[in-house]
Design a protein around this ligand. Structure first.
Ligand code: PEP
Ligand code: MG
Length: 574
């Protein structure tokens, strides 16, 4: 029977396909033992399944091509490492040998044991690894089943319905023809969601309600933008789907013509659109779409998947390639923003913090490890010899931090010159405005920064005391709050008064719904994921800046979400 489920859209796109369930209930396995004389066979079955899982990961890695290969390859390597973990392997063998359990049940017991350990740890790194564990063991389980059941057909035209999706799986799923993903958990700000947007894979999160009611093979329509999922659509739904799909296709084709057009409002003001880049694919896309440069390059991803800190040389090559990829357009490299939701494997992030979002993260961590930070700054400064480059500092709360960073930046620059590197002047240094203290006391920072970038993802979280990854908070985590609107207005106005460029680089900048609001507040620089760059450019080209600015007062007078929604709705009417 038809059912309409409203969840959270995390990567836009419209898809129709058969449901393919891949849920944690895969581990709801009944206890089964084997006779003593079959223990060796069972161990052999397990070994073969693990070998097959390893082989599949290797094939996945080999198939990766292009710019995402490097980044996704790291995730795959990590899964392969988990599979080889001696404790995992010996624990499983022991369960079979001593407990006489069948391989599937041993897998379940070992998985439950490790999940309990991970869950009991207060360490965000281990908690985030739980999902990886399920993905790896799920692969072994599927391999065990393969010899018992006929091979499953490919996934072309299917919608994956799962508990959680790992970034490492996305490219493979896309290659296998999966048309959309619906997940029970996850945040639109997670790395998996960012990658899904890079791959143009529709993704809906928080669809718990659907998970209980969907069966393998049910037809689903997935709208990754609105977060709507329709199970067993009616003829009317299908007609509507086809019409919308055609419209979207036409609009996409039309938009492609905007690639070489200026980002200019109806009344002739030029707005600068920079790109947020996660991978070399993003850089290439940003370049092709005519981005003014890269406004945010998140470097922490170089530190997330390896147990060793990346050295100066490998970081230098990465940053240099980024600069070269943008052929003379400005590139903004953000220094390490580890901590909280981004836990590393190099031992940099403190595991024992009871409140990591308020702990030693971003610039706090960098300044506490000047060896690591110095290496990163040296690599960035060396890359500045290849094209225009700026340095952006995350999680700044006070003036002293920017002063300390500048001191280190200048010292590294001087050292490098002494060592014989031919370098331009030290790069411009900017602060992310994402901690309320920095936003409220911007006057105290303004003479120690060359530019500002507003990180609305975190700013909203800290201003509203609403965890950016917690879907239980519903619409509380949102820019539709007078406090956010006023803060944005103040930051932009302060920057303008002091002739300091201000951009917004949080997800807000890439949501065309909010483009008129940001323009009305005086924003002239946006940094956004390339996947929505043309839509935002289209919105800007259809906007009259003078009229929007005249409506800024009514925007600032809005006292609640409905009033802000009405303001935005009136922009749609014009
Ligand atoms: C932000 O906080 O808005 C931001 C762009 O940084 P991140 O999402 O990496 O924290
Ligand atoms: Mg941030």
């Amino acid at each position: 029977m038809r059912a309409l489920i409203q969840a959270t859209g995390a990567s836009r796109g419209l898809a129709l396909g058969r449901a393919r369930l891949h849920l944690g209930r895969a581990f709801d396995i009944e206890e089964r033992t084997v006779d003593a004389d079959h223990i060796d066979d069972e161990l052999q079955r397990l070994r073969a399944a693990m070998a097959l899982a390893r082989e599949q990961l290797g094939e996945m890695r080999d198939r990766l091509q292009g710019a995402l290969a490097h980044e996704l390859g790291d995730f795959i390597d990590f899964h392969a490492l988990l599979l080889d973990d001696p404790e995992l392997v010996s624990g499983l063998s022991e369960l079979i040998r001593v407990g006489h359990y069948a391989a599937e049940y041993a897998l379940k017991l070992q998985r439950d044991r490790l999940v309990a350990v991970f869950t009991s740890m207060d360490d965000p790194y281990f908690q985030s690894r739980r999902e990886d564990l399920d993905h790896v063991l799920g692969r072994v389980l599927a391999a065990l089943h393969r010899d018992a059941s006929p091979p499953k057909p490919g996934m072309a035209g299917e919608v994956l319905v799962c508990d959680a999706v790992a970034p490492s799986e996305l490219a493979q799923l896309k290659a296998e023809g999966v048309v959309a993903i619906v997940s029970a958990t996850g945040s639109a700000l997670s790395h998996a969601a960012i990658l899904a947007r890079s791959l143009h894979m529709p993704l809906v999160l928080g669809a718990n309600e659907l998970i209980g009611h969907v069966n393998d093979g049910d037809a689903l329509i997935v709208d990754g933008g609105s977060g709507e999922v329709i199970r067993e659509p009616t003829g009317r739904d299908l007609r509507h789907y086809r019409t919308r799909k055609r419209e979207m296709q036409r609009a996409g084709e039309q938009r492609l013509r905007l690639r070489r057009m200026p980002t200019r409002t109806l009344d002739g003001s030029d707005i600068r659109l920079y790109a947020n880049a996660e991978s070399r694919d993003d850089v290439a896309e940003a370049h092709a779409l005519g981005a003014a440069g890269v406004g945010l390059y998140r470097t922490e991803f170089l530190f997330l998947h390896s147990t060793e800190l990346p050295d100066e040389e490998s970081q230098f090559r990465n940053y240099r390639d980024l600069v070269l990829g943008m052929t003379g357009r400005a590139v903004t490299i953000r220094t390490l923003d580890l901590g909280a939701d981004k836990a590393d494997r190099c031992g940099l992030v403190l595991g024992s913090e009871s409140n990591p979002a308020l702990g030693v993260r971003g610039v706090r961590l960098s300044l506490s490890r000047s060896d690591v930070f110095g290496t990163q700054l040296r690599a960035i400064i060396r890359a500045s010899a290849y094209g225009p480059l700026r340095v952006l500092v995350p999680m700044v709360a006070r003036r002293e931090e920017m002063q300390a960073v500048r001191k280190l930046l200048l010292a590294c620059h001087a050292d490098l010159r002494k060592e014989g590197y031919e370098l331009p002047e030290p790069p411009a240094l900017g602060a992310m405005i994402e901690v309320p203290a920095a936003a409220l006391a911007l006057h105290s920072l303004i003479d120690v920064v060359d530019f500002l970038s507003i990180g609305t993802n975190d700013l909203i979280q800290y201003v509203l005391a609403a965890d950016r990854g917690n879907d239980a908070l519903g619409d509380l985590y949102s820019p539709m709050h007078p406090a956010i609107v006023h803060l944005l207005h103040q930051i932009i106005a302060t920057g303008k008064r002091h002739h300091i460029p201000v951009s917004v680089c949080g997800e807000l900048a890439g949501d065309p719904l909010f483009t008129p609001m940001l323009l009305a507040l005086g924003l002239t620089e946006f940094s956004l994921h390339p996947s929505t760059l043309l839509e935002v450019r289209e919105r800007i080209r259809a906007a009259h800046l003078g009229k929007l600015r005249r409506r800024a007062n009514s925007l600032l007078r809005a006292r609640d979400r409905p009033a802000l929604e009405r303001w935005l709705a009136r922009c749609e009417e014009r």
